[in-house]
Structure formats: structure tokens, C-alpha cells
Design a protein around this ligand. Structure first.
Ligand code: 1GP
Length: 228
């Protein structure tokens, strides 16, 4: 059975702009992970997204599209994740792109599983931080305030702590988890070993494993069992 987003414990994030060979893709898709998120920050094309979707559909795993690039939105995914970067310095990344996307493809997604994600971007060096001009958050209180806004005020179903590229602070994740009342907590960033998966998995509801898939496949696969 394909799991809905609120039951995911472990997910892999694949970037359509990066090459992955058939064998590696098969091992990722059959690893026992709960879902594959297709998403990335740049050079996302419809062709590459469709190609990855088609290749993933051979396996019994949920596949979700993170709709950050409008051009790449297409039918056929099990769920659609709509990210808003809450600490972006540009309104465009909080609501602008989302409205644009819904104007274009809203009709197509009307009956799909469309899930809002409140991103809190915490690695100032990450591409996503530069692109969205994310406000640098240094105090845990600031971070938990954003999380509470997403959860209790906006009632977003997912709060996503995004450290993309670096391993975050487990204490921050623990404290954010402590303020959430209904949202699911996604954590992503620098998980490249079973140990890190286990550590962040203690606090986050869902851990997202990205880059290491392309750098060290065995280490990526080891994170699956560790998140259980
Ligand atoms: C990126 O949160 C994901 O959007 C995962 O981060 O690539 O650092 O694993 P990494």
C-alpha cells in the first residue's frame, strides 16, 4: 500500500536535474523508504520530471512532487507538496509562486492530494536560502515562533526544517517538535549516516534524505532502517 504523507517516517528526495542510473534508482525505490519526493532548486524541466516519474512508477512506492517549478508540474504523482518559505525575504516565495502555480495548474490538482509545507530555511549557505533571501535565524525562539505560526496560525499540515546540505541542530528540532500541535515535522539536511538518521528521527516525524543518494548510495540506504 502506498503511504499518505502523514504516515511517512523516511523519505528520499530525488532531484530531476541530477543523473541516477537504473540500478541505484531501483535500490532507492525498493529500499523500504515510505516515499520518494521529486524536487530540486534549479534546472527542473518537465521532461526530466516526467522521465523520473515514469522510471519510479515501476516500483510500489509513493511518489510525490514538490511543486517549486511550475513548468514541471504534471499529473500522475500520488501527492503534491506546495512549499512556502516562511522566512523568505521575498513575498514571492511565501505566496507569489504558489498563487501563480495554482492559476496554471490548480484545475489539474483540484482532486489531487495537495499538501502545504511551511518551510523554515536554516542553512544560509544553501541555494534555497540565497534564492529566497531567507532571513537568517539564529535564536531557537525565533525558529519555534515560525513553527508555531505555520502550525497553529496557518494550520499547515507540514512544517519543514530545511538545513539542506548541512546537518542541523537536533536541539532545535526537538524544541520545534515540542511546540507543534497538529503539523507533521519534516526534517531535511545532511543526513548521511544511520546514526544521523536515528538522531533526527527521534524528534522529527519524517526525515528527508537527499544529497547522500548521489554521493554515497550505501550510506543513503542505511538511513532507511535507522529511521524505523
Ligand atoms: C533537501 O531537505 C532535503 O531539500 C535534504 O537535504 O540534501 O542535505 O540531504 P540533504
Amino acid at each position: 500500500m502506498l503511504l499518505p504523507y502523514n504516515e511517512w517516517r523516511h523519505v528520499f528526495k530525488l532531484d530531476p536535474a541530477k543523473e541516477i542510473d537504473e540500478d541505484a534508482l531501483k535500490r532507492i525505490a525498493t529500499s523500504g523508504t515510505d516515499a520518494i519526493i521529486v524536487g530540486g532548486t534549479d534546472d527542473i524541466t518537465l521532461d526530466a520530471t516526467l522521465d523520473l516519474l515514469m522510471r519510479l512508477r515501476r516500483y510500489a512506492v509513493a511518489v510525490a512532487l514538490e511543486v517549486s517549478e511550475l513548468k514541471a508540474a504534471t499529473m500522475g504523482f500520488d501527492a503534491y507538496l506546495a512549499p512556502s518559505v516562511l522566512n523568505s525575504g521575498k513575498l514571492e516565495y511565501v505566496v507569489g509562486k504558489q498563487v501563480e502555480a495554482l492559476e496554471e495548474v490548480g484545475h489539474m490538482l483540484a482532486h489531487a492530494d495537495l499538501v502545504g509545507e511551511g518551510y523554515i530555511v536554516l542553512n544560509p549557505e544553501a541555494k534555497v536560502a540565497r534564492l529566497t533571501e531567507a532571513k537568517v535565524l539564529t535564536e531557537t525562539d525565533q525558529i519555534t515562533a515560525y513553527a508555531q505560526l505555520a502550525d497553529s496560525v496557518f494550520r499547515l499540515p507540514v512544517v519543514y526544517l530545511e538545513y539542506s546540505g548541512v546537518y542541523g541542530d537536533p536541539e532545535v528540532v526537538r524544541q520545534v517538535k515540542g511546540v507543534l500541535r497538529q503539523a507533521r515535522l519534516f526534517y531535511g539536511g545532511g543526513i548521511d549516516s544511520a546514526e544521523r538518521a536515528r538522531e533526527m528521527g527521534k524528534y522529527a516525524d519524517t526525515i528527508v534524505v537527499g544529497n547522500v543518494i548521489y554521493d554515497d548510495l550505501e550510506a543513503a540506504l542505511a538511513t532507511v532502517a535507522a529511521a524505523r
